[in-house]
Design a protein around this ligand. Structure first.
Ligand SMILES: Nc1ncnc2c1ncn2[C@@H]1O[C@H](COP(=O)(O)OP(=O)(O)OP(=O)(O)O)[C@@H](O)[C@H]1O
Ligand SMILES: [Mg+2]
Length: 518
């Protein structure tokens, strides 16, 4: 029996009231993904259909993508020339398909991928008020019969509202994201300014030469590769390069490549988009965070070959692409990198890319080990003494000449960092303003090896083969000895032994490898 005109009008005004309610809900949404979900759900109910999909046009790639395609969480992407959605987007016309598999425009690939069977569908362009088409809105499988004229009318109103809401939400989303990124950058900047690096201290020709080089490259943005043993000041010089450069007011981002698990590497470096997996929040990567400034890649020799290839690409193209992102984001980043590995040897062993190496090593700085710049020990020790005495409110403090001689004679396998740690301990434990050799053993737990051995009985005479001993091999012997002893007294705990030696854990591991200690 046909519906009376009265019933028809009632149904129409009921539908209009529902559309109005949906529009109100839409205007409350600030998130594109949630908005698309909402519109698709409501359209399905209102048009008595089985499912709905919203396809958004990515103009740069000429692709259509859908987050809510057929109710799945997965992002579908396909060429914008394909399917009914493609035809609807390119012509801007409503397309009502009564028998999908008999329509040559229909793209059955999506059905194959989702395991869904489309019988009929209605596609409406998502058109902004200025005529720009954002994509297509599809409702699938009318529960009874096929879609008709009234469905088109309803979908047209819904699509127009959705197009405006999508535009606004996208705009708000972009604005919020920019604001969040700015806040992060700003906080980072202030942290850097407040904790400005200590000056690089050193009168030795080696340090002076490095400082002159840093001064010479102040106005350029060349990449610098920094070598040197653990604790020699690689990061300190990287900070000095950044904070004396034209980029000083832009971010300095330090990243330890050795501490980065392979599966997180890409998102950490390049960022990630929302919706790549359930619950994933969009995040900017270190490259983008360092935009305009400097990215310090520490322990670069520990990067996998895959990671090296990805970084090389960014250096070549100066564009990063977030994981799950659709468009590349241009970045302007200066790369400073550091490694205590011999990278040329790594290249020979096919563990490091030669092309990346030459891009990173436009300028090469090698930080000297502390035993090679012994004349700087008093300067450094006093520099740290003043800083820590101030920090611990100890007034003016001094080292006795005897203690200073001991400090100068120590082999310092952990280099400047070890000296720094040792001075900190002396300052904290000393009872008088003049620190003497007696204070060396203050505050050390029972049974712990003395951190600074008495001048070691280094066998300077000939080796067993009768050849004269080099200073290098004597120092290495002493280093090995100290590491073995410290590991023993720390019961094999590498973390503790590294701390006692003033090395980073990785630094200790590297040395153990070099000396063949397990
Ligand atoms: N010439 C120097 N003058 C003043 N401070 C220095 C100097 N060299 C190093 N330092 C300080 O010594 C500590 C260790 O330096 P840094 O962390 O830069 O070493 P590193 O070579 O990066 O070590 P690792 O290889 O273990 O990462 C830092 O606190 C740094 O500020
Ligand atoms: Mg370092």
């Amino acid at each position: 029996m046909a519906a009376s005109p009265q019933t028809g009008n009632d149904q129409k005004s009921q539908k209009l009231a529902t559309i109005l309610r949906i529009c109100e809900k839409m205007s409350e949404q600030r998130d594109v993904s949630a908005l698309l979900d909402l519109v698709a759900r409501e359209a399905t109910l209102l048009l008595d259909a089985d499912r709905s999909s919203i396809f958004i046009l990515d103009r740069e790639r000429n692709e259509l993508w859908s987050k809510v395609a057929l109710g799945s969480d997965e992002i579908l992407r396909f060429s914008a020339d394909k399917g009914i959605a493609g035809a609807c987007t390119s012509t801007g016309q409503v397309i009502n398909v009564r028998d999908a598999y008999n329509d040559r425009r229909f793209n059955s690939e999506i059905d194959i991928r989702t395991g869904y069977r489309t019988r009929n569908l209605l596609a409406m362009p998502l058109e902004k008020s200025d005529g720009t088409i954002l994509g297509a809105f599809e409702v699938l499988n009318k529960r009874r019969g096929t879609f008709h004229g009234e469905d088109e009318e309803v979908l047209r109103i819904l699509a127009a509202q959705a197009a405006t809401a999508i535009e606004t939400t996208k705009f708000i989303g972009d604005l919020t994201r920019t604001q969040e990124e700015l806040a992060i950058q700003n906080a980072q900047l202030w942290r850097e300014v407040e904790s400005r690096p200590h000056h690089i201290v050193g009168n030795s020709p080696q340090i002076q030469q490095i400082l002159r080089l840093v001064e010479r490259i102040q106005d350029s943005t060349v990449n610098v590769l920094i070598g040197g043993e653990s604790g020699t000041g690689k990061e300190a010089i990287a900070r000095a390069i950044h904070f004396t450069s034209l980029r000083a007011r832009k971010p300095f981002i330090a990243l330890n490549c050795a501490a980065l698990p392979e599966n997180l590497l890409e998102s950490e470096l390049f960022g990630i988009e929302r919706g790549v997996a359930t619950g994933v929040q969009p995040r900017m990567g270190h490259f983008q965070a360092a935009d305009g400034g400097t990215l310090f890649l520490d322990e670069i020799g520990d990067l996998s070959l895959t990671a090296q290839a990805k970084i090389l690409r960014v250096l070549q193209e100066r564009v990063v692409e977030r994981v799950g992102g659709r468009v590349g984001v241009p970045v302007d980043v200066r790369i400073l990198s550091a490694s205590n590995k011999n990278l040329e040897e790594e290249i020979r062993q096919n563990r490091f890319r030669e092309d990346l190496y030459y891009r990173l090593k436009v300028i090469h700085i090698v930080m000297p080990s502390l035993r090679d710049i012994r004349e700087d020990v008093p300067l450094l020790a006093n520099h740290f003494l003043d800083a820590f005495a101030r920090e611990h409110n100890k007034g003016r403090m001094q080292f006795s000449p005897g203690l200073m001689r001991r400090l100068m004679d120590n082999p310092w396998p952990g280099n400047v960092r070890q000296l720094q740690n040792e001075v900190r301990r002396l300052v904290v434990c000393a009872r008088r303003p003049v620190i003497t050799e007696d204070d060396l053993f203050e505050g050390l737990p029972q049974g712990l090896q003395q951190p600074i051995p008495a001048p070691a009985p280094v066998p300077v005479a000939a080796k067993s083969d009768g050849r004269p001993r080099t200073l290098k091999s004597a120092v290495e012997d002493l280093e090995r000895q100290m590491i073995e002893q410290t590991l023993a007294s720390a019961n094999g705990n590498q973390q503790r032994a590294a701390k006692m030696l003033g090395l980073s854990r990785q630094g200790l591991i590297n040395k153990m490898k070099r000396f063949g200690l397990s």
